[in-house]
Design a protein around this ligand. Structure first.
Ligand code: NAP
Length: 301
């Protein structure tokens, strides 16, 4: 299978991706669209004419309430939605929560927020995606998915010791598998789905990181000053791959793939030291099907 490449690179901004694209009439949902990469995703999509709904825990103005860790909130959002949706950008997320926290129904919080809530949202809006005729689903994953496959035996860390990075990595593997799963199921409805790693961007996501972890990432010096290494992106650059997948004609008909820096990544063996690519375990069709069945059962209760 030929890997998809585009004329863009790591430093291309979201607005540049959509420079010649007219999104008038297209209705797009961006979760976590009130800050960080999501905010820049919303700005670029609106700049190209799309009607964008920002789904957020703390709505202001025309934003819509959505708490992804609360199935009741996800169901209320779905019930309120009428008409087609042309794209869902599953962007909201939390990272490296230091101690095991659980949502009200007992789900580990990173898995609940980053994956299970998005699964319920996307499957809840299946009919609305179908109505669009050519809808796209975009899941914002992370290079951290290379740290952990999905643990079907103990996804909520009930029996194994909690590890903040294993929990985040697992949830981000699940996001890649979700795009693979949508791609495998909804092609006949005209729905395509792809996932991405946005790169390194200073945002609120790093709120749980201690100074030693920031130093290990190269984003803090010994005196505690925040650093921005060359490989970091601005939020405008960090949002580029999201809008490429959500709205660029270059991605017409492409489904089930994983991108970084606006290019499709190659499949590699995963592992904590692996610097890039997409882990085999995250694009494995059998794992995608197994995860779909697991999530379907979990979100029915
Ligand atoms: N920044 C990076 O370097 C980086 C790298 C790789 C991947 N990513 C991914 O990029 C995505 C966007 O993150 P970001 O860097 O832009 O961080 P961010 O500014 O913290 O944005 C994350 C968004 O998710 C929302 N959110 C958190 N929990 C939620 C919940 N239960 N229900 C609904 N919304 C919730 C947050 O809303 P609140 O304001 O209410 O908290 C926030 O708007 C995430 O999926 C992240 O994993 C980021």
């Amino acid at each position: 299978m030929t890997r998809i490449s585009t004329p863009f690179n790591a430093k291309t901004t979201a607005a540049e991706i959509l420079a010649d694209v007219d999104l008038t009439g297209r209705r797009i949902i961006v979760t976590g669209g009130a800050s960080g990469i999501g905010l820049e995703t919303v700005r670029a999509l609106r700049g190209a004419g799309a009607e964008v709904t920002v789904a957020t825990r703390n709505p202001a103005g025309g934003e819509r309430p959505l708490d992804l860790s609360d199935l009741g909130s996800v169901r209320a959002f779905v019930a309120d939605w009428t008409g087609p949706v042309h794209a869902i950008v599953a962007n909201a997320g939390i990272m490296a929560v230091p101690t095991r926290q659980v949502a009200a129904n007992g789900w580990e919080l990173q898995l609940a927020t980053n994956f299970l809530g998005h699964f319920a949202l996307i499957t809840g809006l299946h009919d609305n995606l179908r109505q669009a005729g050519d809808a796209r689903v975009v899941t914002v994953s992370s290079g951290a998915h290379l740290r952990a496959p999905f643990d079907f035996d103990d996804p909520h860390f009930e029996r194994r010791p909690y590890d903040r990075w294993a929990a985040y990595g697992q949830s981000k593997t699940a996001d890649v598998l979700l795009a693979v799963g949508v791609g495998r199921r909804w092609a006949a409805d005209g729905v395509t789905a792809n996932s991405l790693n946005p790169g390194y961007i200073h945002t609120n996501l790093q709120r749980h990181l201690d100074d030693d972890t920031r130093r290990a990432f190269g984003s803090m010096d010994d005196e505690g000053n925040l650093l921005t290494p060359d490989y970091y992106k601005t939020p405008e650059q960090g949002a580029a791959t999201s809008v490429l997948l959500a709205a660029s004609p270059l991605l017409d008909g492409v489904t089930g793939r994983y991108f970084s820096d606006n290019q499709e990544e190659e499949a590699v063996p995963g592992g904590p030291e692996v610097p890039g690519g997409v882990a085999h375990w995250a694009v494995d069709p059998a794992a995608a099907d197994r995860l779909w069945d697991y999530a379907l059962k979990a979100t029915l209760n």
